[in-house]
Design a protein around this ligand. Sequence first.
Ligand SMILES: Nc1ncnc2c1ncn2[C@@H]1O[C@H](COP(=O)(O)OP(=O)(O)O)[C@@H](O)[C@H]1O
Ligand SMILES: Cc1ncsc1CCOP(=O)(O)O
Ligand SMILES: [Mg+2]
Length: 283
Amino acid sequence: MSFAKSSACTPHSKPSVWQMWQRVRISKPLTQCITNYVSMEIMAATLLAAGASPAMVHGLDEVEDFASISSALLINMGTMSSEWVASKKLAAKQAVLLNKPWVLDPVGCGATPYRTKACLDMLHCKPTVVRGNASEIIALSGAQGNVKGVDSTAQSSDALVHATQLAKDFTCVVAVSGAVDYVTNGRDVLEVRNGVEMLTLVTAAGCSLTALVAAFVSQSREDPLLATAAAMAIFGIASERALETAAVPGPGSLRVGLLDQLFLLDEETVTKRIKIQEREVAK
Ligand SMILES: Nc1ncnc2c1ncn2[C@@H]1O[C@H](COP(=O)(O)OP(=O)(O)O)[C@@H](O)[C@H]1O
Ligand SMILES: Cc1ncsc1CCOP(=O)(O)O
Ligand SMILES: [Mg+2]
C-alpha cells in the first residue's frame, strides 16, 4: 500500500494523512508535555504551529490532575531526576486509567544505567507509542548498542528488528527515526521517507516530533500506527520545505522555517510530497 497519492477518503477507507492532521487543527488537543529543559520552547512552538495546544506541566503535585484534563500526553526522558521520573510515572498511570493515549520518548536510553532503567520503567507503564532514534530503540530492547548521549550512532534500519520486538512485547506502536523512519505495531511496518538530514543538527527536533505524534494519535485513536507515521511525514515534509525556502540553508533557519512550514503546509503540497509506504514483511 502506498499513501503517496491517496488523499481521498471513502467511508470504507482509512483517513488520509491530511485528514488526520486536520483533526488536530480542528480539535486543537490539549497536549501535556513532561519534557526536558532543552526542548520546552521548540516543542511548544511546534505543537502550536501544527494546530495543537501545548502545556509543559511536570510538577509532582499537579501532573495527575493535568493528565486528567489533557487529550494527549508526551513523556520525554531528556533531562531527568528522580522527582521528574516520579511525575512521569504518575501522569502515565493516570492516562492509562482514563484510557488516554500517551507517547514515550526514551531520550538517551543506553547512555547510563540509571537512564536505561528509568526508560524501561516507563515502558512498563503502557505507552501507546514509543518514538526514539535508532540507538535509543536498540538500547530500550535490551541489546548492546553504540550510544553517544542523546544522539544516535546507528542506522534506523538496524533498529527495525528491535522496534518490532518491543512493539510485540509491550503491545504498542514503536517508531524509529532516521534517514528512513520505521513505524511498527509488531506486525505491520510503515516506512516514512520524508525529512532532511540536517534535522539531526537542530536540537530537540526529535523531541518535538514525538510531541506531534502524541497530538496526532490523540485525534486518531483507531489507528495509532498510521497516526504516528502521519505525524512523522508531516514533520518531514515541513523540514524539506523549510530547507528549500531558507535564505541561509543551516540549522538555525531550518529550526525557524520548520515552524513556519508546519503552519503553512497545504493539502496539495502534502499530497505531492508524502512518502509513506507499507513495508512488505513475511507474516
Ligand atoms: N539521515 C536523515 N535523513 C533525513 N531525515 C533524518 C535523518 N536523520 C534523522 N532525520 C529526521 O530527523 C528527525 C529527528 O530524528 P532523529 O535525529 O533520529 O531523532 P532524535 O533527535 O531524537 O535523535 C526525524 O524527523 C527524522 O526523520
Ligand atoms: C541535548 C539534550 N540533552 C538532554 S535532552 C536534549 C535534547 C535532545 O533532543 P533530541 O532527542 O530531539 O535530539
Ligand atoms: Mg531524541
